[in-house]
Design a protein. Structure first.
Length: 339
């Protein structure tokens, strides 16, 4: 049987040798990808606006409400008590502690049987007075007691700020070194600056959200929160570098007619990987948030927020900043030439 449009005497035209057909199919797939490629970079102003609104809301929250620092940073004592039966009413506990003349006490229920009590820095004698007073309200057991002096709290706060600043500085140096061979059309150090802007975006928005939670729900900023921020920085910069590395690879291959197109192609090539990786981490953190203990609940929430906004910035913000920066540079060159 001889197929139509094939020559049995010419092996190149036989269906068993479909060189031309494969080339045409490949070209069709390339065209298909271009047609259905997301124009993420072209719509960057929309994503800039969304990020600016979130950052603006965070600035408003921190400026008017501030951050609700825990005893790790401002000093004081924390007692976690578990009752054998249902914990007494919060207001009743406060009234009971007033008689000890130990200052104001913040009481927070944890589940049905437990309470967390925050007070000024207590010595051992005052600590035992509080425990005895609580036992009069029902059979109870102390689960946790932390006490931090105000001087130590300020020192921990200073070290936390220093840790975050040091990490950001080292990230800039690393990215500038890693992309040192990619100097055109964007200098290597600009990759580092773009990453830092994205990282600021990733840590500031969750911090603003926790400012709101602190104002309305009493959620505190402690050392675990700082640990979460450092974790977010590491995860976010890893996701951003994956996109930057694909941009570097495509620049060497000459993919795209312009730098903007090259960046957009690179984002589309890595977007599935970024979303799948982040979704896996997000689901694991969601399980911790739902089924984990109260002590790590808000830590898991912070990481979930960081993963979400870190993925968002690596796809929609960080690389687009490079394109905007390069477009601004080209515009300045054009203006100089017209003078």
């Amino acid at each position: 049987m001889v197929l139509k449009n094939s020559d049995p005497n010419n092996p190149n035209s036989h269906p068993n040798y479909p060189n031309e057909s494969i080339r045409c199919i490949r070209m069709s797939f390339v065209d298909w990808d271009r047609v259905y490629m997301l124009n993420i970079v072209g719509k960057r102003k929309i994503f800039y606006t969304f990020s600016a609104l979130l950052i603006g809301a965070g600035i408003f929250s921190i400026a008017f409400w501030g951050l609700h620092f825990g005893i790790d940073f401002k000093g004081g004592s924390l007692i976690e008590i578990e009752f054998a039966r249902i914990a007494p009413d919060v207001q009743a506990v406060k009234v009971n502690l007033v008689g000890l003349n130990l200052g104001d006490a913040a009481v927070q229920p944890i589940g049905e049987k437990s309470l967390i009590i925050r007070m000024k820095d207590l010595d051992e004698n005052a600590h035992q007075q509080v425990l005895q007073s609580l036992k009069l309200m029902g059979d109870s057991e102390e689960k946790k007691f932390d006490s931090v002096g105000p001087v130590v709290g300020e020192e921990l706060k200073s070290r936390a700020y220093l840790a975050i600043i040091t990490v950001l500085f080292l990230i800039v140096i690393y990215i500038a070194f890693a992309f040192r061979k990619v100097s055109r059309p964007v200098a290597s150090w600009k990759y580092g600056v773009a990453a830092i802007i994205a990282l600021f975006h990733d840590v500031f928005i969750p911090t603003g959200i926790f400012s709101v939670l602190g104002h309305y729900l009493g959620v505190e900023i402690d050392l675990l929160f700082v640990t979460g921020l450092l974790t977010i920085l590491g995860f976010s910069v890893h996701d951003t570098i994956v996109v930057f590395d694909r941009i570097r690879e495509n620049l060497r291959k000459g993919a795209g007619k312009s730098f903007e197109e090259t960046v957009n192609v690179s984002i589309n090539q890595t977007i599935t990987r970024s979303i799948n990786t982040s979704l896996t981490v997000f689901l694991a953190l969601l399980a911790i948030y739902i089924f984990g203990g109260a002590s790590i609940k808000y830590f898991a929430l912070l990481l979930m927020l960081g993963v979400f906004f870190g993925t968002y910035s690596s796809i929609f913000v960080a690389s687009s900043i490079l394109v905007t920066w390069e477009a601004w540079r080209q515009k300045r060159i054009a203006q100089r030439l017209t003078r």
